[in-house]
Design a protein around this ligand. Structure first.
Ligand SMILES: C[S@@+](CC[C@H](N)C(=O)[O-])C[C@H]1O[C@@H](n2cnc3c(N)ncnc32)[C@H](O)[C@@H]1O
Length: 290
């Protein structure tokens, strides 16, 4: 830390904001405040109300470390370790994708649509941090979720999240590849399949923020070759593992929803498309014809 810097939180905050603004971080103020809040274990509003609070040298060193990391574009969520997702807390680190607000919409729709199912059995494909599986387990009485991922790192994090949220009895985590149809078909019979699969085209790489491209796992982001290939394989496999009348629900990227709904139209009825808060067609659902 520069010589002569004051130890009060107000000066440290100003310093943190300046460093992050210089590094081109768009949300420099939120980042600087959130990281200082983490160090002194206070909320952002408590911090702003008490700019005179003094920090000891260990806390100052820790704040400096976090600001330096954030200036290198490490995502804020990885630095504060947790995100609020739907109505649960999800631990988050570079082992899995950071849960996004759009995915809360997918969860909300699935909860609503499964309300008429009794103790539904759900398959979550590409569970990542476990955010979808865990919120469904928390919010749907008597449900059981099989959560699959090809990343052992993500599965380790998801299992930790299930422990943190006390839902280990309602979720089974499985290592598996969605393109291994024999394996997927052996998983059994479900009332619902939900997936937020990798859906970013490789050609869109350079449009991603450095936080995403350099720090989130590529295996969670990119669909190599055909960007719709995950939707295609899941839609084709679903009729063999979904009960008639069962629900298929996807999250997709900008410009993909209509093609996914079209893909579903042969075996599924009543395909619906839902928008996210930015007005982008984001979630697609359909019911397996009886
Ligand atoms: C977009 S992330 C979604 C993570 C989490 N469900 C969420 O909503 O934040 C996609 C996930 O699919 C997993 N995945 C990628 N390829 C896969 C495959 N062939 N079979 C199963 N899972 C796969 C990735 O490891 C990643 O965790």
């Amino acid at each position: 830390l520069s010589a002569g810097l004051n130890r009060d939180s107000g000066s440290l905050l100003d310093w943190g904001k300046k460093q992050l603004r210089k590094a081109g971080i768009e949300d420099y103020a939120t980042s600087a405040e959130t990281l200082l809040g983490k160090v002194v274990k206070s909320t952002r509003s408590e911090l702003l109300l008490n700019p005179q609070k003094l920090l000891n040298s260990e806390a100052i060193a820790e704040y400096k470390r976090l600001i330096t990391e954030r200036a290198k574009r490490v995502p804020l969520q990885y630095l504060i370790d947790y995100v609020e997702f739907y109505n649960v807390k999800i631990k988050c680190d570079p082992r899995a994708l950071i849960p996004r607000p759009e995915t809360e919409i997918l969860v909300e729709i699935v909860i609503e649509k499964l309300a008429k199912f009794k103790s539904p059995k759900i398959l979550d494909i590409g569970t990542g941090s476990g955010n979808i599986a865990i919120t469904l387990a928390k919010n749907i009485a008597g449900c059981f979720v099989v959560a699959v991922d090809i990343s052992t790192d993500a599965l380790d994090l998801a299992k930790q999240n299930a422990v943190i949220n006390d839902v280990t009895h309602s979720i089974e985590f499985e290592y598996g590849d969605i393109f291994d149809r024999g394996y997927i078909e052996g998983l059994g019979n479900f009332d619902c399949i939900v997936s937020n699969p990798p859906y970013v085209a490789e050609s869109e790489k350079d449009q991603l923020q450095p936080e995403v491209l350099n720090f989130e796992p590529g295996i969670a982001l990119f669909s190599t070759g055909d960007p719709l290939r995950f939707f295609r394989v899941i839609t084709e496999t679903a009729p063999r593992i979904l009960k008639p009348g069962g629900l298929l629900a996807f999250e997709s990227a900008l410009g993909q929803a209509a093609a996914v709904a079209e893909m579903m139209s042969t075996e599924f009825t009543g395909a619906e498309i839902f928008k996210d808060l930015a007005g982008i067609d984001r979630v697609i659902t359909g019911i397996l014809a009886k």
